[in-house]
Design a protein around this ligand. Sequence first.
Ligand code: BG6
Length: 482
Amino acid sequence: MAKRFPEGFLWGGATAANQLEGGYNLGGKGLSTADMIPFIPKDERDGDNAVHITSEQFEEAFKEDSKKLYPKRWGVDFYHHYKEDIALFGEMGFKTFRLSISWARIFPNGDDLHPNEEGLQFYDNIFEELAKYNIEPLVTLSHYEMPAALVKKYNGWIDRKVINMFTKYAETVFKRYRNKVKYWLTFNEINAIALAPYNGGGLITDRFENIEQAIYQALHHQFIASATAVKLCREIIPNAKVGCMLARLETYPETCNPLDVLKTLKQEQMNFFYTDVQVRGYYPNFIKEYFRENNINIIMEETDEDTLLQNRVDYISFSYYMSLVESAGPHGERAPGNLFSGLKNPYLESSDWGWQIDAVGLRVTLNKLYDRYQVPLFVVENGLGAIDTPDDNGMIQDDYRINYLREHIVQMREAISDGVELMGYTSWGPIDIISVSTSEVSKRYGFIYVDIDDHGNGSFKRTKKKSFEWYKEVINSNGQVL
Ligand code: BG6
């Protein structure tokens, strides 16, 4: 029998408010942590990523006369283009659209007494527009941003009080959108906090003496906030499905040397730690040992363990862009990733940004996750960031992107026939958006091209790429025509 995607498979695309919306100071929105990340030209970067900011850069970003560029403030101006963009998603036949709500649009300072009605109305408009095309929203509560005021006042997620502010925000949006949104995610790539503490947790590294201690304490607060949001969501929207979200780092041993295998196992455990807590409901022994060995002491309240156990997620969503390689040493050449990196794999090709392309790894990872947890899975990010150059007719012939996506979709189909329960697939950045790691727009993922450059110059005009018609056919055939 031919291998098939199940009926009702949720095909679509995924975005985040801070990379998409723009309108950073419109409709009563407060500044968010993402609005404070300056653009750093490639030749001035320390490595390929530009996600760490200093206290000085953070303070500078509040000044109206700052000469720096902050690309996430303009995004691709979905704020004014959402009707046109959603119509294009509808034309492709999207079944779902993953977006995040900007917390600072709802509570501009994070600790406000009342929500900002204009911000709530903005998302009402979006959900109503999606409904016109029968597109189910898939909403992330926190995607790499929080109100900047919470960093200024409370130092981000290190402060336990932030849990209450977050759950008030979550409760507000669950109540407001209870009839409009069924699929929810709590924290995007919750494991990113370990390597990008500012993006993940609003932690500015130079403010902490022991950043690792701060990271795991802030993460604990996020686990509790996430579990509390799960509880609230179940009470307010009984038919809702709430998931966690992991940057899945499929890691291979460099050789069959048992030491490489052991090192890889340890690395994989550190990646599974987050889903272990959110799906199984408790901290696994290996992380407790890691904390003990590294003098990390997490302050917990008496009810925390019960909160985690009682409020486990319904499904696991994850991002998958590449696989990594680990070795017990000596270490060979390294290959970059967005926030994570590993060793070079000689069997794989790389993207324009050096990320190692590994479609089979997606099948491996789907099987591994399903074997470990036996809950439904959802691939909520996958895609190819590439330089797109319009041809003489102004068209983007992005066969490289089609090939990347096709190969990954084939492997998802294989995984389903291996027995994996897969709810859907939302490719990253169905319309070009600002890169999280480098704040460029010239790193493009979309089926839809947006005419702007890294400095925000351009007409913001939308144009369909070749991949647009291709993805439309994929969805229309439920993954049979690739
Ligand atoms: C994921 C993030 O890590 O990778 C997205 O959840 C991000 O926000 C995506 O955009 C791709 O990374 P980048 O750096 O190419 O934008």
